[in-house]
Write a protein that binds this ligand. Sequence first.
Ligand SMILES: C[S@@+](CC[C@H](N)C(=O)[O-])C[C@H]1O[C@@H](n2cnc3c(N)ncnc32)[C@H](O)[C@@H]1O
Length: 234
Amino acid sequence: MSSAPATPDLHTLQQYLQQHHGGDGNLAAQRTLDNYSRHHNQDFWAFWQHQTAAFEQPLQMLDLGCGAGQFLRDVALQHPDWHCTGVECAPYMLEHMVELPANARVVIDDLNQPHQAFDHNVSLIMANMLVHELHQPVALFRTIKSWLADDGLLILIDMVRQPLQSYMQHSHPDLTMLPRPELEYAFSQYAEHNRYSADDLQWLLSQCGFEVLQREDIRSGRAVRLVARAGKAG
Ligand SMILES: C[S@@+](CC[C@H](N)C(=O)[O-])C[C@H]1O[C@@H](n2cnc3c(N)ncnc32)[C@H](O)[C@@H]1O
């Protein structure tokens, strides 16, 4: 009789993530820092402000897979009366963490099997480019349901499945010119970024009891933004 595969321990997960991030953790953290403004452009902030305009009172906000903490820092600075918590587990992201204001902190945890307890008192949860890196999104979605307040929102942004041509042409217009290591990386990234379609993510959220309020294709259909509320049964 075969048994279920064991859930990786934190060290094994960190090794997997380093490999997913191209093998060089410092470079991955630097890329995250460098790409921040491009990914959090005017369009992103207009979307974020629109979604969060109704949340003015002091509240708990979580940034899951917070990378080097730039979004966490900026939200905490914009809302000095919010309590902002980032969750991260990659050592190189933690080492490159930006300076955070007093109302922001980072906890180390594996979001495939989170250990944090927020008893229905979180108003806003951001998961930006995290879910494709998880091997167990359902466990996280179930936990998020137990964290969100009744009127709380989950904002999920991620890469979605797409044809090889549109994926490669965006970052590598001429594959024939790529040196072997970069070719290997490009194809492994394609497999990992091509994990879920937008429909898959929406379906997974519905299966886990979320009501999807909004869905928007971004980056010419290479990524999606989903806004969801935990259903009543939580
Ligand atoms: C692609 S980066 C995105 C970083 C940031 N959210 C952003 O939008 O720039 C994904 C982040 O999620 C973290 N991550 C992936 N799997 C995780 C897990 N199981 N537990 C905690 N963090 C995780 C990675 O280490 C990485 O920093």
